[in-house]
Write a protein that binds this ligand. Sequence first.
Ligand code: NAD
Ligand code: LMR
Length: 328
Amino acid sequence: MTKPVRVAVTGAAGQIGYSLLYRIASGELFGPNTPVRLSLIELPAAVKAAEGTAMELEDCAFSTLDGIDIHDSPEKGLEGVNWALLVGSKPRGPGMERNDLIRDNGPIFVAQGKALSRAASDVRIVVVGNPCNTNALIAQHNCREVPATRFSAMTMLDENRARAQLALKAGVNVGAVRNLAIWGNHSSTMVPDFDNATINGKPVTQVITERKWLETEFLAAVQKRGAAIIAARGKSSAASAASACIDHVKRFLTKTPAGEWFSAAIPSDGKLYDIPAGLIYSFPVRSLGDGKYEVVRDLKLSSFTRELIGITTKELLAERDVVKDLLT
Ligand code: NAD
Ligand code: LMR
């Protein structure tokens, strides 16, 4: 019998938690032969709702679901886990930027960072709660026992959104759009790198020749998609965010095929693309399939993209400054 993978989800009773937990429990993430033991972590006031989610998970009768534990503290909830999916935090409302949440949500990741010292020795951490890059930075600084490279923040939703917009414009299936890297912050300064992406193996710019559209409408649509969803639904994205979280973990678990990459915010080592060391920064990443990954080197960046990368970098440096009292 394979040993269960232990997965913690914070904010288990929230909207993303509701979509995410079923897809983990069903075997979709780790495969049909790997049992999963879930640790649902919630605020005390939401534990009852988490119990309801757990009842429904049981009622799905997933043969891959080994068991469910519910916790109202990160210390107990993160103990022994192999994956920590840190979702629980306040979402923004209409008219807000994600980094307006920083002083409310940042402290959550201090406590969770400290509690991660109790996780399994191979733990990997994915931060979804916003502002996710800087929250991941806070968690990582508060958990020096776990190597920094095990911390990531999610920009897969932005990559998926960008691929979907390009596919719509080109009239192709979204699967034809590959290698769409998001650079920088999961914020309205993020940079979707259309110059290095491909559609059916050809550079995007050869298929969509209207460069002005790429630099204006496309860029704005991707950067502001989260806000557009809030304006339409009255609540932020949930099913697509959960789906992107599944994609994020799967991409890290699987060796990336030669010549391909995906987007994830990971700690910058300061050696590549002039991005300051230490920032949790979205790069084009390749998984080596054994728990390790590398940033794709030597991509040619247009002056347009380089300028935008400068802006998103400045924003992340400013966010780091705002939370400097939370960093150890
Ligand atoms: P939600 O309000 O529906 O749920 C959040 C849940 O987190 C609530 O149940 C709440 O009780 C819980 N929670 C709050 N503080 C907690 C803590 N300290 N420990 C454990 N649980 C805690 O929100 P949601 O729609 O699920 O969104 C969650 C977060 O994800 C938000 O910050 C949102 O902005 C972010 N988000 C990020 C992305 C991304 O692409 N990175 C996409 C969508 C949403
Ligand atoms: C998103 O991109 O949908 C999330 O980060 C939620 C938000 O606040 O936009």
